[in-house]
Design a protein around this ligand. Structure first.
Ligand code: HEC
Ligand code: HEC
Ligand code: HEC
Ligand code: HEC
Ligand code: HEC
Length: 225
């Protein structure tokens, strides 16, 4: 009996999702091509709080993982809850007393943070990066293997407002998956935006040895259900 190779199943499913041979497909492509949330580069939605990565991650040198706590361990990189902001931006109490950790207490820019904290409802951050639903992406698979945030998100530490820096097209994923080695770095440097690859010395050899078993997959089923 003839068996199709396993990848055709996934490819067919993807094609069924993505390529119905109908006018709807044309409309979908047009929409996908004009929706800034998917055509991507430069997309920078306005946020409910003028939160600046340039200030917090750049000037104050806070590690990405202080706020995006799950980025090394799960598929999704958690956006921090209001509690994380309150660690430094606690509001004045009922009597107007201000804690030591109340940076810029009473600032109008923090109004939405105080509201969220008082009411116990989250701040509605707007998504910047958003892959179509038929693609699966996993942060931990990358970050825990030595691929830095900067490879996909650019210099977030220099952005007042986060904007999409790289296209997240299939071609961009594949171009790294074909040859990931130049994009790998020591694990303790994954959030260091300034890190540059050392000259080909012992430490580079060590790095390569560290990453010996990494072979990013190019099967359709790696990224498509
Ligand atoms: C003080 C907390 C904090 C730190 C530190 C921080 N972030 Fe963020 N990050 C946020 C918040 C809040 C948002 C949502 C609002 C926004 O997009 O600005 C966010 C959004 C993002 C987004 C966009 C998410 C989306 O919707 O697509 C990326 C990418 C990101 N951060 C990467 C980083 C990287 C890389 C670093 C380290 C260089 C970092 N962040 C450090 C709090 C933080
Ligand atoms: C580790 C401490 C720390 C954490 C956590 C933190 N911030 Fe800040 N934030 C600061 C400091 C310090 C400043 C002021 C820097 C300055 O003025 O030079 C600041 C400034 C700001 C400002 C500008 C206020 C103004 O009036 O200019 C906003 C808005 C802000 N933070 C939002 C947030 C949000 C939202 C979060 C949570 C996602 C957050 N911060 C988490 C330390 C922190
Ligand atoms: C290999 C590329 C890649 C790397 C490395 C990477 N990201 Fe992402 N990131 C993405 C993609 C793609 C998305 C959109 C995911 C989606 O829509 O499902 C995203 C989304 C996000 C989001 C929004 C929440 C989410 O999970 O969708 C945050 C926050 C974020 N990244 C932070 C980070 C931080 C911090 C690092 C480094 C510690 C990092 N990313 C490393 C590609 C990457
Ligand atoms: C800069 C390099 C780079 C980019 C860009 C990149 N990847 Fe990866 N990817 C890797 C590496 C390295 C691994 C880990 C391979 C390993 O563990 O052996 C990986 C692993 C994965 C895995 C887990 C595979 C498994 O076998 O568990 C998925 C899923 C994935 N990537 C999806 C994507 C998608 C979707 C994109 C584009 C949005 C993307 N990647 C972009 C380098 C990259
Ligand atoms: C490393 C991850 C990765 C692998 C491997 C991969 N894809 Fe994709 N694919 C993506 C991403 C990301 C998108 C979404 C691109 C966008 O939104 O522009 C996508 C989109 C698509 C689309 C929708 C049309 C388009 O171009 O936007 C089809 C069809 C598709 N992939 C088929 C396949 C097939 C067939 C294979 C195996 C030969 C495959 N993909 C392997 C990441 C991958």
């Amino acid at each position: 009996m003839f068996h199709f190779p396993q990848w055709t199943n996934t490819a067919l499913r993807v094609l069924l999702v993505a390529l119905p041979a109908s006018a709807a497909y044309g409309a979908w492509v047009l929409m996908a091509a004009t929706d800034p949330a998917t055509t991507h580069v430069g997309y920078a939605p306005e946020q409910p709080v003028p939160f600046s990565h340039k200030l917090h991650a750049g000037a104050l040198k806070m590690d990405c993982r202080y706020c995006h706590t799950t980025v090394e361990t799960s598929a999704h990189a958690a956006v921090p809850p209001t509690q994380t902001c309150i660690n430094c931006h606690s509001p004045a109490d009922g009597n107007g007393a201000v804690e030591l950790t109340a940076v810029h207490a009473g600032s109008r820019k923090l109004t939405e943070v105080y509201r969220s904290w008082a009411e116990g409802t989250p701040i509605k951050w707007n998504r910047v990066h958003d892959l179509p639903d038929f693609v699966q992406f996993d942060h931990s698979a990358h970050v825990a293997r030595g691929v830095s945030c900067v490879s996909c998100h650019g210099r977030i530490d220099r952005m007042d407002v986060v904007s999409q820096d790289h296209t997240l097209s299939m071609a961009s994923c594949l171009s790294c998956h074909r040859n990931p080695e130049p994009h790998l770095r020591p694990l303790d440097r994954v959030t260091d935006m300034d890190w540059v690859s050392p000259e080909p010395t012992d430490s580079l050899e060590e790095l390569v040895r560290d990453h010996q078993n990494i072979k990013a997959n190019q099967n359709c089923s790696t990224c498509h259900y």
